[in-house]
Write a new protein. Structure first.
Length: 190
C-alpha cells in the first residue's frame, strides 16, 4: 500500500546512513556546505540537516499550499511548521551528496539488508551534479510497502540501527530520532 508522510522518516533514515558513512559530518552541519545548489529562501546559508529533518528550517510552503499554513520564510531553528518542503529539500540534498536517486540508495544501503521491497515514486524534478541529471524522489510521500516490511523498518530502529550483524545507522542517530524537538510546534493545517 502507498504511504504518505511516513516517508519523511525514510528520508531521515537515509540522512542517518549518510552520517554513518561520513558523507556528512553530523546532523548539525549546514546543508549548503554539502549541497551548494541549495538556495531555498533567504536563510539558506543557515539551515542545517537537523532543521530540515525536524521541520524547523523556516522554509515557506511551496508544495500543497492549500493544505498547510505558511509561516513565510522565517529564521531557521526558531519554530516547527510541518509541511513537505523541509523533507523534499532534505531529499534533494541527499540526492546531490550521493549522486544517485534515493530509491537506489535505500535499496542498496537499507532494504536489501532487511529483506524488504519498497517502491518510491520519482518526482518530476532533477538534481544536477557534475552536469548529470539525477532523478529526485518525493522525500515526503509516495512510497509503497507491505505492513510486514514497514514493521521490519521499525524493528531496525528498535534494534538501535543494527540488523543482524550490520550496523545500518548509528545508535546515536537512532537516539536523535527519538529525542523531542525543543522548538514550539505550531498548527500546520488550514
Amino acid at each position: 500500500f502507498e504511504t504518505q508522510s511516513i516517508t519523511k522518516s525514510v528520508t531521515s533514515l537515509i540522512l542517518g546512513v549518510a552520517i554513518k558513512e561520513k558523507k556528512i559530518k553530523n546532523i548539525d552541519e549546514k546543508v549548503i556546505k554539502y549541497y551548494p545548489d541549495f538556495q531555498e529562501g533567504k536563510y539558506a546559508k543557515e539551515i542545517t540537516f537537523r532543521q530540515l529533518a525536524q521541520a524547523t528550517s523556516g522554509l515557506p510552503v511551496s508544495h500543497y499550499k492549500g493544505v498547510y499554513l505558511d509561516s513565510g520564510n522565517i529564521k531557521p531553528g526558531k519554530e516547527s511548521h510541518y509541511h513537505n518542503d523541509h523533507t523534499l529539500q532534505l531529499a534533494a540534498a541527499l540526492t546531490y551528496i550521493y549522486g544517485q536517486p534515493l530509491n537506489e540508495i535505500l535499496k542498496s544501503k537499507v532494504s536489501d539488508y532487511l529483506g524488504i521491497e519498497v517502491d518510491w515514486n520519482i518526482s518530476s524534478k532533477k538534481i544536477i551534479k557534475n552536469g548529470r541529471e539525477i532523478p529526485l524522489v518525493h522525500g515526503y510521500a509516495f512510497t509503497s510497502w507491505t505492513a510486514k516490511d514497514l514493521a521490519r523498518l521499525g524493528w531496525l530502529f528498535v534494534q538501535k540501527g543494527k540488523w543482524k550483524n550490520k550496523q545500518i545507522i548509528t545508535p546515536e542517530f537512532v537516539n536523535e530520532t527519538f529525542t523531542p524537538i525543543t522548538q514550539p510546534i505550531y498548527n500546520f493545517r488550514k
